[in-house]
Design a protein around this ligand. Structure first.
Ligand SMILES: NC(=O)c1ccc[n+]([C@@H]2O[C@H](COP(=O)([O-])OP(=O)(O)OC[C@H]3O[C@@H](n4cnc5c(N)ncnc54)[C@H](OP(=O)(O)O)[C@@H]3O)[C@@H](O)[C@H]2O)c1
Length: 259
């Protein structure tokens, strides 16, 4: 299917690896020009070069922490008028909610809610004026099925989820959609590092922990990042213009509820 977005410009946050990178790969394969962000400048420039060489599109790198004002300014300086925005940043720490400090709650809110809101605010009215916009926020399956150890992440991401539902209907007439992608157990560095910590605490090896997780999952495997990227590309397509304010679970059937 031709997604009809060749020649568009996308700002993709947190895209040197993992799920953001998968979105970048899928959009570049559709002929979308990219500006990608990440904190580690070397890894980011390497990713930009690889994406450009593989897909033959222009890829610019905006190095910096996207949860800070400086990081957002740099991303928007390099990509002031994106047609597509994918917001994404590392999740906050896990732990017992009673132990988190006020600063940790505020940092989680900043990183996984406010940063996305500010980026959306900076670009959404321009998208509406130009008659096309696709905004996707990478959140987490935990917003639908919260885990007690992830209270910081759930609280912040649900704030963003509520915000999206608040504003998205006002933009659909202008062909601007805003949706959230909710991953669970995709094979990325972040997943491996989380599982290493869990394995260390339980006396299992990382390989044993991975095997146990896969065996316990409905799909019998972890998600492949290409599968995530493909869904991102479809939600950014011309064809997806009637789809907005959705929370799209990509969890291999793990969620136990109906809605
Ligand atoms: N993988 C899963 O199954 C899963 C499940 C639930 C939720 N999530 C959420 O999905 C998001 C992406 O996860 P992932 O698995 O793709 O992680 P990952 O493999 O660690 O990749 C994260 C990417 O984002 C960049 N990044 C992180 N924080 C950033 C920041 N503040 N500013 C700019 N760039 C930043 C990283 O580069 P630098 O480190 O160089 O900045 C890297 O390119 C996270 O919020 C995670 O909590 C993932």
């Amino acid at each position: 299917m031709d997604l009809g977005i060749a020649g568009k410009t996308a700002l993709i946050c947190g895209a040197s690896k993992g799920l953001g990178r998968a979105c970048a790969e899928a959009l570049a394969a559709e002929g979308v020009q990219l500006v990608i962000t990440g904190r580690n400048a070397d890894a980011l420039h390497e990713a930009a070069q690889a994406l450009s060489a593989r897909h033959g599109v222009k890829v610019d790198a905006a190095a910096g922490d996207i949860t800070t004002q400086a990081g957002q300014d740099e991303a928007l300086r390099r990509c002031p008028k994106p047609d597509i925005l994918v917001t994404n940043a590392a999740g906050p720490p896990v732990g017992d909610w009673r132990g988190f400090t006020r600063e940790q709650w505020l940092a989680a809110a900043d990183g996984n809610m406010v940063a996305s809101i500010l980026l959306i605010r900076a670009v959404v009215d321009g998208m509406a004026e130009r008659g096309f916009g696709r905004i996707l926020n990478i959140t987490s399956a935990m917003v639908k099925a919260p885990h007690p150890a992830l209270s910081l992440s759930v609280a912040a991401r649900l704030g963003l989820t509520g915000f999206v539902k608040t504003i998205a209907p006002a933009y659909i007439k202008a062909n601007v959609t805003i949706n959230n992608l909710l991953p669970e157990q995709f094979e990325t560095d972040r997943l491996r590092s989380n599982l290493s910590k869990i394995a260390a605490g339980s006396g299992r090896s990382l390989d044993e922990e991975i095997a146990a997780r896969k065996a316990a999952s409905a799909a019998g495997r972890f998600g492949r990042v290409e599968e995530f990227g493909a869904v991102c590309a479809f939600y950014c397509s011309q064809q997806a213009g009637y789809l907005t304010a959705q929370n799209v679970l990509l969890d291999g059937g793990m969620y136990p509820g109906v809605f």
